[in-house]
Design a protein around this ligand. Sequence first.
Ligand SMILES: [Zn+2]
Length: 177
Amino acid sequence: MDTFEDLIEANDRHAATFDAGALPAPPRRQLAVLTCMDCRIDEHEAFGIAAGDAHVLRNAGARTSDDAIRSLIKSTHQLGVNRIAVIHHTDCGAAKIQRDDLRAKVRATTGHDPVEVDFQLIGDPDQTLLDDVERLRTSPYLPPGTLVGGFVYDVRTGRLDPRVIGRVGDARGQAQA
Ligand SMILES: [Zn+2]
């Protein structure tokens, strides 16, 4: 696959019967999901998210990066989102590679050392999820009261495991049984 023909052909089929042109931009479920770019996670199949339902932000590891917060500021302040689900997952690549190994790969292929790039790799997965949820919950830029949940999606079973829930501005989030 060395062109983008697969995308263009699939889109031709999509556009032939497309009937969702009147969907409003604010997410119907007032929900934003921050999850990993891992291709095994299908938000429609796994979480019932269809077009018009939710903002879906994806990056390597589902990390609460500055860029994720940038998007969530728009979600919450401009587009009515009042719930944010941070969904990490089992067998995540961001937890399986070391920073020095990734740096070495980049250096070997490009000749440049990405020394200034924060890869936001995952050491302890459980703690990293809690940290990512806390970073949102304590963000000074998100509306107080916004619900923030932390979950782990199991790529082997398809099950979503709730781990922690809290609200922006409240005392520390509560662990889920
Ligand atoms: Zn991942």
